[in-house]
Design a protein around this ligand. Sequence first.
Ligand code: HEM
Length: 163
Amino acid sequence: MPVPTLYEWAGGMPAIERLTTVFYQHVLKDPLLQPIFANMPADHPQHVAWWLAEVFGGPAAYTGPYGGSHQSMMSKHLGRHLTEEQRVRWTHMIAAAADEAGLPTDPEFRSAFVAYIEWGTRIAVIMSQPGMELPEKPEPMPHWGWGQAIPPEYATAKIEEPA
Ligand code: HEM
């Protein structure tokens, strides 16, 4: 029996669109995050839904019809000088939005979901710091699964399965 992707387990595109819709509704009312997102285009929640869907094993909606890439996503965070406090608020609010949007609450799904959010938000903060530039060699889209993350320098090493 094939293991479902995180995208399928989450409930597909409708569930992920519900997630980003409720998330940004709350973000726009949050004193710490509202100033950062005050001028976001109306379709920003949709673009982030496409991004998350693709990362979680769904269709290539972000890199396909929309024409986005990991590089273009990172470029949106350049120069924004995001703080750790803002990052933490973002992570807490998207976890709460996952509850509100009715995403699955099982520990395995939430563990994988939060792992990606922790990883992704830290990259957003790193890319947003003064003087940061896009990498010369574009990085591929991340694809997140159920398993645990490992440090990048070990990324090509074989993961030992527990006995
Ligand atoms: C897992 C973490 C994150 C993901 C997956 C993510 C995803 C994205 C994506 C896909 C875009 C580009 C949307 C487009 O193509 O138009 C974007 C833009 C942006 N992100 Fe993030 N992001 C993350 C973390 C953060 C954090 C922590 C902040 C701030 C606290 C942030 C602030 C922004 C802003 C301000 C934009 C530009 C919005 C605009 O066009 O005005 N992001 N993000």
